[in-house]
Design a protein around this ligand. Sequence first.
Ligand SMILES: Nc1ncnc2c1ncn2[C@@H]1O[C@H](COP(=O)(O)OP(=O)(O)OP(=O)(O)O)[C@@H](O)[C@H]1O
Ligand SMILES: [Mg+2]
Length: 351
Amino acid sequence: MTKTEDVLRVLAEVRDPELGKDVVSLHMIDNVKVEGGRVEFTLNLTTPACPLRARLEEAAKGAVAALPGVTHVEMKTSANVYATRDFDGADVLKGVKNVIAVASGKGGVGKSTVAVNLAVALAASGAKVGILDADVYGPNIPLMMGVSAPPMVRDDKVVPPVAHGVKVASLGFFYNEATPVIWRGPLVAGAVRQLLTQVEWGELDYLVCDLPPGTGDASLTLAQTVPLGGILVVTTPQEAALNIAAKALAMFKRLDVPIIGVVENMSYFVCPHCGERTAVFSSGGGRKISAERGVEFLGEIPLAVAVREHSDSGSPIVSALPDSPESLVYKELAFRVAGMLSIVAWTKMKK
Ligand SMILES: Nc1ncnc2c1ncn2[C@@H]1O[C@H](COP(=O)(O)OP(=O)(O)OP(=O)(O)O)[C@@H](O)[C@H]1O
Ligand SMILES: [Mg+2]
């Protein structure tokens, strides 16, 4: 007769290829129940946006089904997101497991668009997600997320509005565009501390943070003020943009924050009439620069009118048209990012 030990023994042969360890040692198996030939268990992924989800599910279920005497396997999949945060002595964002910054060497490369669609895609996978708009020069995340009303304040805390499944807070909540502000380091740090401490973020698996563009004082201060688990650098494919992205990578590498990888935006345009693919701003640069700098290349996002239109109307494409080719690219990116964060978290845990 099959026993719980038998189930755990065969599951101990199933490895998470990314973390390089078996699912039992990774504490991914729960609630094993055996009744005659019927086996029940839960597979707890390290993120609901697990890039290898289907493969792992199939391997785990298959291993148990192959046990002699097993006639039926009931596997539930759930997720317990790994944290890249070091909570020891943390005084801010106590319920937030991972903070990921989206940065760029220069403005206008599509950083905020990546940030909102990444956040929405992570939320759509089942994760608890927030977005923190820390772009001091143009806090436009509320616009892109369709948040227009000022946030509610409860017990001196700002309650972040939820849009497209994501909690939203922005520097724009505290400083409106009509107020001229000269953003020097201490002021940036102060404003961002407001976002970290005065906003009721609650429990989050991922907090996506839209940094200001560039490698100036504001970005640097932010990257040091927010407890970041990783940084994503967005670039467009032109030579000039890539050189600036290289500078940004060099700067962030000096901080003690893992670089999750590089995303190339506006990589190609697919003609809606004939389907022809054109590399409007050249191609291959993001991949090349990632290889040169020894960081992951996370993917290419097409230039598409629908992406801009949906951002402009406050409904990110991943939410408005979840099955469009562009949304699938953003979702794939979200899965890569979540997978990379799990690896960063696991590497930390092992130490
Ligand atoms: N893949 C894309 N296809 C089409 N339009 C895009 C794409 N990505 C971004 N855009 C558009 O390009 C413009 C700049 O994008 P976005 O605001 O995201 O860039 P940014 O890097 O955050 O800029 P800023 O430096 O001003 O904060 C926006 O109008 C946006 O809708
Ligand atoms: Mg922006």
